[in-house]
Design a protein around this ligand. Sequence first.
Ligand code: FA5
Length: 338
Amino acid sequence: MPRRVTLRAPMTTDLATIDRIETEALEALGQTAEEAGLEAWRIAWLGSKGKLKSLMAGMKDCSPEDRPAFGQRMNALKKSLEAAFKERKNQSAPAAGPPLDVTEPGDAAGQGRRHVLARTIDEVVDVFSRMGFTVAQGPEVEDEYHNFIALNMPESHPAREPGDNFFLEGGGMLRTQTSTVQIRVMENTPPPIRVISPGRVYRPDTHDATHYSMFHQVEGLWVDQGVTLVDLKATLIQFARTYFGPDADVRMRPSFFPFTEPSAEVDIRMPVRGKMQWVELGGCGMVDPNVFKAVGYDPEVWTGYAFGLGIERIAMRKYGIPDIRWLFENDARFLRQF
Ligand code: FA5
């Protein structure tokens, strides 16, 4: 039987009596189990009109020399009763009924998936890997040497304008193209070379349906003796047919890039909403002899081709996504479809 708690106000300043009162209070608490009893104990001992309050009122009856000891004892008592109450309440929680119905069927954990761009990169890498390319990586924070100078873009080149680049305070820049990795690979590896390098690049382009200020490219570089434009076109056709289907085709339109000569834009002909269409995916060309000189390769001995394709454009065509911005809005309703 839980002991009845009375609200008779104890009035004492005798410390030994207070010890006894504390023992009594804790015993009473120990015998109280159910929620209502605990609450009654709390009101009786710790409430605003409770016993602790009345005991504290004894302070005024203390002589000035006894006051500090009495005050300290009262503080300790208060802490002890509060801590004991908290512990008892925690222990008794299950007695109030199980908070969890373990027999209830659970919510299945939502299964995540890879972002459509990450998937596209994996798929593109897979196709080129099967053609013998290995994957190389380079830094996104670059220096102007690797982003421009070694790629045959002198100080006066219009692509180096501050408005077309994210230059960083204190030097350096965010790379604008994955062609930087061509240089980094050739600097560290003797030919022959066959690498692809997928990664993020940054340009202060205005956002619209086909442009974003951060996007992905995949760079390809093949250096060996006797490499020709035919090898380049054959590789791109092989990629297009494997990735977009056997009807896909490749067209190269003459163009200009400072680091390739000759240079071309790569268009791929593929089914777009059921109709075959030419779609521009990137640039390509034969590695310019000046680039070979910058990395210490002999341009009389070595030849090579390079290409750089936009990953977003590839994903948009493959999956019929009409607006590049949707790829970066993180709307799960959109992303869940892929
Ligand atoms: C280049 O960046 C060259 N480095 C490609 C290259 C590599 C040429 C090797 C020769 C040899 P370009 O600036 O055209 O080229 O960009 C290549 C592709 O990136 C574009 O065709 C497009 O698919 C994609 N791209 C460019 N700007 C954006 C943008 N703001 N948002 C999304 N994709 C873009």
